[in-house]
Write a protein that binds this ligand. Structure first.
Ligand SMILES: [Cu+2]
Length: 130
């Protein structure tokens, strides 16, 4: 009986410790984007890091909410992946090359990109239909 209790306590403490060391944390970050395709792309990029538990991007607020294992990854690395697929955010700016390769409707407004936005102005409506 004593052995059962002891192994029970041991099991419980291992369980609690492994749970504790996982250190699940979350953050919210400003991420630029336009439509449902952007949402898909942003969330997939964040989740490409297997230490990310969940990622949700709000199209109306342009805010990405991520919950992740803080002992294995960090906000910087996750937001870097998001910039790598073309989405500017509060820590990284996507390369012009990747941004230019996005579907026209996904080319969100960039402060220094007014010419491009005028060029793509009428394709923006296509975005709503997708
Ligand atoms: Cu889009």
């Amino acid at each position: 009986m004593n052995t059962i209790i002891k192994s029970g306590i041991l099991f419980l403490s291992i369980f609690l410790f492994s749970n504790f060391s996982a250190q699940t944390k979350s953050f919210k970050a400003r991420v630029e984007g336009n439509c449902g395709m952007c949402k898909e792309r942003i969330e997939t990029a964040a989740k490409s890091d297997k230490n990310v538990k969940s990622a949700d991007w709000s199209m109306s607020k342009k805010v990405l909410t991520v919950s992740y294992d803080a002992s294995k990854t960090d906000k910087k690395s996750i937001l870097k992946s998001v910039a790598d697929v073309g989405h500017d955010n509060e820590m990284f700016r996507a390369s012009d090359k990747v941004y230019d390769d996005l579907d026209a409707c996904c080319q969100y407004d960039r402060p220094d990109n007014s010419k491009k936005m005028t060029k793509n102005a009428d394709t923006k409506q296509v975005c709503e239909l997708k």
